[in-house]
Design a protein around this ligand. Structure first.
Ligand SMILES: [Zn+2]
Ligand SMILES: [Zn+2]
Length: 149
C-alpha cells in the first residue's frame, strides 16, 4: 500500500459541529496514522473533561478542518495555562484544544468525538504524577511524570 491520506470524521454530541482529519500513514505499508493519542492526568484536563484524565489525539493544524456546513466553534482560553479549547455552542461538547506554543502547528482533538477513535489508539500518558491511585498504568506505551508537548 502506498502512502496516502486517510480521512477520519468526528463530531460533537448534537452534530452541529463536524470536522475531518486528513492523516497520512507514518510509513509506507503501515496502518499507523500520523497522529499521537495520549492520556493526560493533569488538573486542567481533569476539570475540562470532567473525568480523571483527558484523552486527545495530536494532529497537525493543516490536517484538521471543520466541515463545510458545520457551525463555527466557540473558543475558551484558560488564563492560568493559556490552553484554548474549541467547543460546540449548542451542546457544549469540546472538540479540540491547544496551548499557546502549539497554536500555529497542532490541534489536540478530543478522542471521543471521533467516529472511529480506535483508528488512533493511545501511545502515551502525561502528568502521571497526578494519576489517581485507583487508575492503573496502560502497559506498552510511554509514561511521563509531567509535560504535554
Ligand atoms: Zn453540538
Ligand atoms: Zn492535561
Amino acid at each position: 500500500m502506498a502512502t496516502g491520506t486517510t480521512q477520519l470524521q468526528g463530531r460533537c454530541v448534537c452534530n452541529a459541529l463536524r470536522y475531518s482529519l486528513h492523516l497520512s500513514t507514518s510509513a509506507p505499508d503501515s496502518e499507523e496514522l500520523d497522529a499521537r493519542t495520549t492520556l493526560c492526568h493533569c488538573e486542567s484536563c481533569r476539570r475540562a473533561f470532567g473525568s480523571n484524565y483527558g484523552l486527545t489525539t495530536k494532529v497537525s493544524v493543516e490536517s484538521f478542518m471543520y466541515e463545510p456546513g458545520s457551525v463555527q466553534p466557540k473558543l475558551y482560553k484558560q488564563q492560568d495555562n493559556g490552553v484554548t479549547r474549541e467547543f460546540c455552542e449548542v451542546c457544549g461538547a469540546y472538540i479540540c484544544e491547544y496551548g499557546e506554543a502549539a497554536k500555529e502547528r497542532f490541534r489536540y482533538v478530543m478522542w471521543g468525538t471521533l467516529d472511529e477513535p480506535e483508528r488512533v489508539p493511545p501511545k502515551g500518558e502525561f502528568f502521571c504524577r497526578d494519576r489517581p491511585g485507583w487508575m492503573p498504568e496502560i502497559e506498552g506505551i510511554f509514561h511521563k511524570q509531567e509535560i504535554k508537548e
